[in-house]
Design a protein around this ligand. Structure first.
Ligand SMILES: [Zn+2]
Length: 376
């Protein structure tokens, strides 16, 4: 696929997301129904919220995908491409949702998947990944460190890295279908798109999808981050054009959107630019506000969103001003999958997969979480 640099405008067929000039490269061609059908995307529901004050808000409920998060959209494409590039398998850095989506796509397409998760990732997030046959290795203290470890594994052991950041143009491209579907379901163009984000491909992709389907401009893009770790929001508030990695201690239960952007702050800078160009904004919410939003989603809409995925609604519940037009708020992931208690059966690992897991563990000093007892 042809990509174009968002900064210098040069076009290239390469599949790497960063231009030599430092800009983010995005896929030039629109996403089509044929693309969606080829990957058997089922589409996800659009639910009009009943939460008081949110009557003009439509929830794009990504629970409707294979593993209950929008990452399925990205990983189905990324795994299909990885299959063509390396039979050895693919490595994915993740704190949960991307690993689960990659494991599911790997299981359904027959590609070995190795997930690098930050140390201390909750066991109920790991269990459904293991159940789908992926090897899980703990390394690094946070998503940025897991990401760096995965980079090393990919470079030194010949595995393909599955990105859900702008490092692969696939991520943002696949997320455009969120916006395309929303316009069709709404029968109109939403004036605002809200999403909880780390780096932002889901928000930018959904916005581009709306623009594509309506042949118009971007809707106002609203990014919501946890106040304990909000590098894009910080830059927005300070009037800066450049996002820098988040410093200091991070304490939040919203792990899916807790990302310092260490090593890839340019992703945040690109998202911030589009937020400003679209007339949108970036905000931050507390864990208590996300808890209240999660509770309201259960109570008024019957929707089970994970804590991080409730961040957009948390922001909307804080507002007193009415929205100008229909808004689409992406509920990025379901809470359903966090009910595992370790009683999930894990498939046997084949010898090649076990050997590779051992090599990865040694290379990055990681802990192989689901190692057979003789090798743990
Ligand atoms: Zn460039």
């Amino acid at each position: 696929m042809l990509t174009v640099c968002s900064t210098c405008g040069t076009e290239t067929p390469e599949s790497v997301g960063y231009c030599r000039c430092g800009g983010i490269r995005i896929v030039r061609q629109p996403i089509t129904d044929a693309d969606a059908q080829a990957l058997r995307w089922p589409g996800t529901p659009l639910i009009r919220s009943r939460i008081p004050g949110l009557e003009n808000v439509y929830l794009k409920y990504e629970n409707g995908s294979l593993t209950g998060s929008f990452k399925d959209r990205i990983m189905r494409v990324a795994v299909a491409r990885a299959m063509q590039a390396s039979p050895l398998g693919a490595v994915v850095p993740s704190s949960g949702n991307a690993a689960l989506s990659a494991a599911a796509a790997g299981a359904s397409q027959g590609l070995p998947v190795y997930a690098i998760v930050p140390r201390g990732t909750a066991s109920e997030r790991i269990a459904p990944v293991v159940a789908r046959g992926a090897v899980v290795i703990e390394a690094g203290q946070d998503p940025s460190e897991a990401y760096a470890a995965a980079d090393r594994v990919a470079a030194e052991l010949g595995l393909i890295q599955l990105y859900s950041t702008f490092a692969s143009p696939i991520a943002e491209w696949a997320c455009r279908m969120i916006g395309v579907e929303a316009v069709r379901q709404l029968g109109a163009a939403p004036t605002t798109v809200i999403a909880p984000i780390s780096a932002g491909p889901v928000l930018v992709g959904a916005g581009h999808g709306v623009a594509q389907e309506t042949n118009g401009g971007l809707p106002a893009l609203v990014a919501v981050q946890p106040d304990a770790c909000c590098p894009i929001t910080k830059a927005y508030r300070e009037g800066s054009d450049t996002v820098v990695p988040w410093q200091g201690e991070v304490k939040t239960a919203a792990t899916s959107i807790t990302d310092r952007l260490n090593g890839y702050p340019q992703d945040g800078t690109y998202t911030l630019r589009l937020i400003r160009e679209s007339g949108g904004l970036a905000e931050a919410v507390s864990d208590a506000e996300m808890q209240a939003a999660r509770s309201a989603l259960f109570q008024w809409d019957g929707v089970d969103a994970e804590l991080s995925a409730s961040a957009g609604v948390a922001f909307l519940m804080r507002r007193t001003a009415k929205l100008a037009g229909p808004a689409v708020c992406v509920i990025t992931a379901s809470g359903f999958k966090h009910t595992y208690r370790g009683d999930v059966p894990a498939p046997d690992q084949n010898p090649e997969q076990a050997a590779m897991a051992g090599r990865i563990s040694s290379l990055i000093s990681g802990r192989w979480v689901n190692a057979p007892s003789s090798q743990a």
